[in-house]
Design a binder for this molecule. Structure first.
Ligand code: AMP
Ligand code: ZN
Length: 113
């Protein structure tokens, strides 16, 4: 999608701090970190959110999940971490390109979730 921030970041058209990249997936540091480690993992193809995952694009979404464990290990999150994907307005999704937040490096509260 031509006007999507994360499409542009994944294509290298907008700078970011990349922590992982392969043919299908791009991962980079969140610009406004909510934890000592806050990485965003996105598919290189445009998928709007979890709601838009379907049989055509599920492999790209699943590739994001496949690489999260390795990124977390490299980031030193051996004590655990949280993976979040906000979907739609009630969840506070602000960028409409599927992304998985990896949050860690701190003991998190028990709420949400
Ligand atoms: P969400 O609110 O779940 O849609 O998450 C969007 C995330 O993207 C937020 O945590 C933002 O801080 C982050 N973000 C927005 N613009 C950038 C950017 N240019 N580089 C890195 N992270 C960004
Ligand atoms: Zn996009």
């Amino acid at each position: 999608m031509s006007d999507c921030l994360f499409c542009k970041i994944a294509a290298g058209e907008i700078p970011s701090t990349c922590v992982y990249e392969d043919e299908d997936v791009f991962a980079f540091r969140d610009i406004n970190p909510q934890a000592p480690v806050h990485v965003l993992v996105v598919p290189k193809i445009h998928i709007g959110s979890v709601s838009e995952i379907n049989s055509e694009n599920a492999a790209a979404a699943s590739r994001c999940l496949e690489v999260i464990g390795g990124i977390a290990e490299k980031e030193g999150l051996e004590n655990g971490y949280r993976v979040i994907s906000n979907c739609g307005p009630d969840a506070g999704q602000t960028v409409h390109h599927l992304h998985f937040h990896i949050l860690g490096g701190v003991k998190m509260g028990e709420k949400i979730v």
